[in-house]
Design a protein around this ligand. Structure first.
Ligand code: UDP
Length: 386
């Protein structure tokens, strides 16, 4: 944005809302919020900032979700640690605050980018809004460092957008004031429906789906830091044995670029038919793939919200979840860290048809797909009363 355009916009009394993101789940969940802010361009000015914490994973999402980036902090370095990302984001965002003078900063979730944005906003005395507030596993070390990031962001934020009643209860129990919490649903539901409605799967994915037609498709994603090493290996071993036993099942695994994940895959999934290790998929393709799944196995946070939105049963490859709603509604089952338990649960899934039927009937605990609009209305209300 040029200096003239910038100062011309400032002179109209528009409120400036700065949205910060840096990873794949953040942009997916903030896109519906940014769309809702842009829709109100008569009263608000939207400034988007990418930390580029995960450059390669982020870029295609920004393109597909049609998000324009006003500032790129470009903090990613090879082998970066959470400490390095935190300090680089805090440092790089300060001149942007000075230039753009935001009236509100929005962060999402629990990444290092999100905690950095919330902390920098707090230090600069700019109100902070937190999308997807109130998720907790109860274990401060798992997921690491995300659980601690969430807790700290709740302390720093001025407005908390909670996806579920359960999230509200948690915030209240930690002393967050009721009047600062708004129930909005989770914007991942908005993004998912928007994308599935407005996209087709790529030629490459269509070919793959054609190739496995008539087979049951097990979709796997795993990349959590706390699963690296022995846990991930034991999960992959269990999946391999299961696929070897059942000739009518094909496993597809979009492999996260993290070297620990790649190393485990090279050892555990070498030379086996019916296990397809592919590059990470663009979001639209990934959703189309999930919508063809028979069963999903994943340690991802976002996938725990996407499974109920698509009516697909899910084995959660974690020992705790900050989304108990996915278990309570019957869509998800918690596997834990044991490969043996995973094998048992996969075998149970084959036998238990009632699970698949029940999942198709559940009401999505993560909302109706209007979270972006709900968040914009709550921001409007905040500006009117502050
Ligand atoms: N995802 C994707 N392509 C893939 C794998 C995952 O688009 O190949 C999406 C997935 O739908 C989910 C998001 O990426 O919404 C999750 O990101 P990630 O698992 O990195 O983070 P988490 O959800 O665990 O915070």
């Amino acid at each position: 944005m040029t200096e003239e355009k910038n100062s011309a916009l400032k002179s109209t009394n528009k409120k400036t809302i700065l949205t910060l993101f840096g990873t794949r789940p953040e942009i997916i969940k903030l896109a519906p919020v940014i769309w809702a802010i842009e829709k109100r361009s008569d009263i608000w000015r939207s400034v988007t900032v990418s930390s580029s914490q995960h450059t390669d994973l982020l870029r295609p999402f920004i393109r597909d979700l049609k998000i324009n980036i006003d500032h790129d902090l470009a903090v990613m370095t090879p082998g970066q640690t959470p400490n390095a990302v935190l300090s680089r984001v805090v440092d790089a965002i300060e001149p942007i605050f000075t230039k753009e003078k935001p009236d509100l900063i929005i962060v999402q979730g629990d990444t290092t980018t999100a905690i950095a944005g919330a902390l920098a906003g707090f230090y600069a005395r700019i109100p902070v809004a937190h999308v997807e507030a109130g998720l907790r596993t109860g274990n401060r070390h798992s997921p690491f460092p995300e659980e601690m990031n969430r807790r700290l962001i709740s302390q720093l934020a001025d407005i908390h957008f909670a996806a579920t009643d359960e999230n509200i209860k948690i915030l209240l129990s930690e002393g967050i004031r009721k009047e600062t919490i708004v129930l909005t649903g989770n914007p991942v539901v908005d993004a998912l429906h928007h994308i599935l409605k407005n996209s087709q799967c790529s030629e490459k994915l269509s070919k793959f789906l054609q190739q496995v037609k008539g087979k049951r498709l097990l979709v796997l994603t795993t990349h959590r830091r706390e699963n690296f090493g022995q846990v991930m290996s034991s999960h992959l071993k269990a999946l391999r044995k299961f696929i070897e036993r059942h000739k009518d099942i094909e496993l597809v695994f979009p492999v996260h670029p993290n070297p620990s994940v790649r190393a485990a895959v090279n050892v555990e999934f070498a030379n086996i038919d019916r296990i397809h290790c592919i590059d990470p998929l663009e979001y639209a393709d990934f959703l189309h793939l999930l919508s063809h799944a028979w069963l999903i196995a994943s340690d991802s946070g976002g996938v725990q919200e996407e499974a109920p939105s698509l009516g697909k049963p899910l084995l959660v490859l974690r020992d705790t979840t900050e989304r108990p709603e996915v278990l309570a509604c019957g869509v998800g089952r918690l596997v834990g860290h044991s490969g043996e338990r995973l094998e048992e649960m996969l075998e149970e899934a084959i036998k238990d048809k009632s699970w698949f039927e029940k999942v198709l009937q559940i009401q999505n605990p993560f909302g109706k797909g209007n979270a972006g609009e709900q968040i914009a209305s709550a921001i409007d209300n905040y500006f009117a009363t502050h």
